[in-house]
Design a binder for this molecule. Sequence first.
Ligand code: THU
Length: 141
Amino acid sequence: MIDDILIRELITAADEARSRSYAPYSNYAVGAALLTGDGRIITGCNMENAAFGPGICAERCAVYKAVSEGCRDFTAIAVAGSPVGEPISQFASPCGVCRQVMREFTDPADFIVIVAGPDGRYKVNTLEELLPDSFGPDNLG
Ligand code: THU
């Protein structure tokens, strides 16, 4: 199980990535920090687009960065989201699409999702708790 010190390190990395968010349309900044099986931290931030559709969430940004660099072994992800210019003022749980993308590369019973909140608080769940009875690679044999 992941300890408080590592959780806070991941949240700090997610919040740093959040500062690089490009969100001029929603004014909602999200950062994510993905912990790999060999202990590396790969970050992502949300990136919006004038055409709206091409925008991407912070969590998928981190997963796609990792996979494109050859890593598919993930232990946990921390997410920090709140309106631009505010410190972390709310719990921003990953959207359904991002949950499904995490599902592709993880065992949902083991993969840990940390959601940062106000005043240094956080929530910890397994991916299975956030995405029960999921569809995954095993369904396709
Ligand atoms: N967003 C994320 O980055 N992650 C989520 O899980 C939910 C939403 C982003 C997308 C968009 O840029 C902004 O937050 C508002 O929806």
